[in-house]
Design a protein around this ligand. Structure first.
Ligand code: ADP
Length: 308
């Protein structure tokens, strides 16, 4: 992650209401240039609504929004923004009568300083299919062409709505490394995803939404801590002994100690074992997975809202 660059997205109190029903309620969101931020949350959380306001596709009801310093809610500024922003929508909208290369050429013609269309195809490994009609592409190939189209204008900011849905594992990995390269070149990226492993691999920061509000915003490590992301120390003993401070003894004889301070607790445990003369067998320390953090955040409803 790099904060050498400025803010690509700066939203405060972003709110969208239909009638008197707010579906996005006071969301604060920042993405720096050179940073990947993932928007996570269950269906109906307000992710798409949020991203569409930032893209200028939907009006906000309240809040302050700046995208590359401009307000996407103002038509004149929205037009200006289009030159510097790349968008991959959830559903691809390719022209079925154009070839792969023709599609990229057409898109490139909208920009002043586009990439060479063949170079854009090279980035997503589609050069061998340049002459293919887009309707003949597989779902995964269409997804990669969507990315090439979003990139050909050399955007400073990319919006990706579920960019790897429908890709096979290999194509997902190559898309990830490719997005990371863009990030390293200073592009800001805001993506929505249903895949927690994708958020974990790709994003510098995660924003978890539920019911239109932000539940949590931070790095994976920060979210761990925020969900009382205790590390879990487990072991068995060479002979049964009551263990001071142990929270649980499982039926299979495994002792479980939830720890906020792993070095101190492991040290105390080793000291205790040496003193009473037992061996700690199969000693392990596990961090909660992002999945567990996410479940505890969204499962807890609004219990942890307001945390940053
Ligand atoms: P997500 O992308 O997280 O699944 P959305 O942003 O699509 O969530 O939707 C958030 C909420 O807004 C949902 O409850 C949805 O039903 C509601 N919503 C979306 N569009 C409209 C609309 N045009 N009128 C009324 N409610 C809407």
């Amino acid at each position: 992650m790099s904060h050498r660059h400025g803010l690509a997205i700066d939203a405060e109190g972003l709110t969208v209401a239909y009638g008197d029903h707010a579906v996005v309620r006071g969301v604060d969101l920042q993405v720096h240039e050179g940073e990947v931020v993932a928007l996570l949350g269950p269906n109906g959380a307000g992710k798409t609504t949020t991203i569409e306001v930032l893209e200028g596709l939907r009006r906000r009801t309240a809040g302050r929004v700046r995208v590359l310093g401009l307000d996407p809610g103002v038509p004149e500024q929205r037009r200006q923004l289009r030159r510097d922003v790349g968008v991959v929508l959830q559903k691809s909208a390719l022209d079925p009568f154009l070839t792969v290369l023709e599609s990229v050429r057409q898109r490139a013609s909208y920009y002043r300083l586009p990439l060479d269309p063949v170079d854009a195809l090279e980035l997503v490994d589609l050069v061998p299919l340049a002459g293919q009609l887009t309707r003949r592409l597989s779902g995964g190939q269409q997804r990669r062409l969507d990315l090439a189209l979003a990139l050909v204008g050399r955007p400073r900011l990319l919006f990706l709505d579920e960019p790897t849905t429908g890709l096979d594992p290999e194509a997902r990995r190559s898309t990830w490394s490719f997005i990371q390269r863009l990030r390293d070149d200073g592009t800001g990226v805001l993506l929505t995803t249903h895949y927690l492993d994708e958020a974990e691999q790709l994003a510098d920061r995660l924003l978890v939404m539920s019911g239109g509000a932000t539940l949590a915003d931070g790095t994976h490590q920060e979210l761990d801590r925020l969900s009382q992301g205790l590390a879990r120390i487990t072991f068995t003993l060479s002979s049964q002994q009551p263990v001071p401070g142990c929270t649980q003894l499982l039926p299979d004889g495994t002792h479980v100690l939830d720890s906020r301070d792993v070095p101190a607790d492991v040290h105390a445990l080793l000291h205790w074992a040496a003193t009473v003369g037992v061996d700690l067998v199969d000693l392990q320390v596990k961090r909660p997975s992002l999945e567990e953090v996410y479940m505890s955040l969204t499962g807890a409803g609004h219990a942890s809202s307001g945390a940053t």
